[in-house]
Design a protein around this ligand. Structure first.
Ligand code: PRP
Length: 210
């Protein structure tokens, strides 16, 4: 039986809708009272795992799930050994550098050498500033990174921007975009090659729905 790793949060609704379009129903994960982390689809053809978005590639890499839906931002940060099969188009966001709106930094190159940049995406941030040849200290945070510049802990942040509301409401502005991100369909490479549970056909059906 195939197992699908589904991401909690922003991508969950669209991922469930997409799977429904190919006959796999995991809508039980959307019930507010549901606390089950593993459910069978209504037809009993596949199993769904409900995991943190960052953990989707982990389950797929280790083969406990043969496929999953996850943001490109997570793949870029974690570089898991999985195969990216389809750009699913939903879940658009961008990875940006942001600073306080009243600061004098108009571009990342204006940031002071050895200044601080707070981020949940430390690898993406480090790689970006290395590409600019600007030595900065990356301060790892787990969330609410906007507080970095607000409190004065960091000059800037590298973070996901979707609607832009969080930046606006916290008095920050974007000064550069590292890359854009959408949800991707990923598979366990060996399971795909062996066509486990007819995985190749399922991927083609999902591709056709996008
Ligand atoms: C993400 C991101 C921003 C916000 C951007 O945070 O880190 O804070 O969403 O969305 P917006 O542009 O639509 O306002 P998330 O909701 O994942 O919370 P977290 O900071 O606690 O991780």
């Amino acid at each position: 039986m195939l197992t699908v790793a589904l991401p909690k949060g922003e991508l969950l609704k669209n991922s469930i809708r997409l799977l429904q379009s190919v006959g796999l129903d995991f809508s039980g994960f959307l019930d507010s009272g549901n606390r089950q982390l593993q459910i069978l689809d209504a037809s009993g053809q596949a199993k769904g795992l409900l995991v943190r978005a960052q953990d989707v590639p982990v389950y797929v890499e280790y083969g406990q799930a043969q496929l999953g839906m996850v943001g490109y931002d997570v793949l870029k940060e974690k570089r898991p050994q999985v195969a990216q099969m389809v750009d699913l188009q939903y879940g658009y966001c961008r990875m940006s550098v942001a600073v306080k709106a009243d600061s004098t930094y108009k571009s990342p190159l204006d940031l002071p050498a050895h200044g601080r940049v707070a981020s949940k995406y430390v690898n993406c941030a480090r790689e970006y500033f290395q590409s600019l040849d600007l030595p900065v200290e990356i301060v790892p945070l787990y969330g609410s990174v906007e507080l970095g510049p607000i409190t004065g802990m960091s000059e800037a942040i590298v973070d996901i921007v979707s609607t832009g509301k969080t930046l606006r409401e916290n008095g920050l502005v974007e000064i550069a975009t590292l890359y854009e991100s959408t949800a991707r369909l990923i598979v366990h490479p060996l399971s795909y090659r062996l066509n486990m549970g007819n995985l190749q056909t399922l991927v083609e059906k999902l591709r056709a729905e996008v």
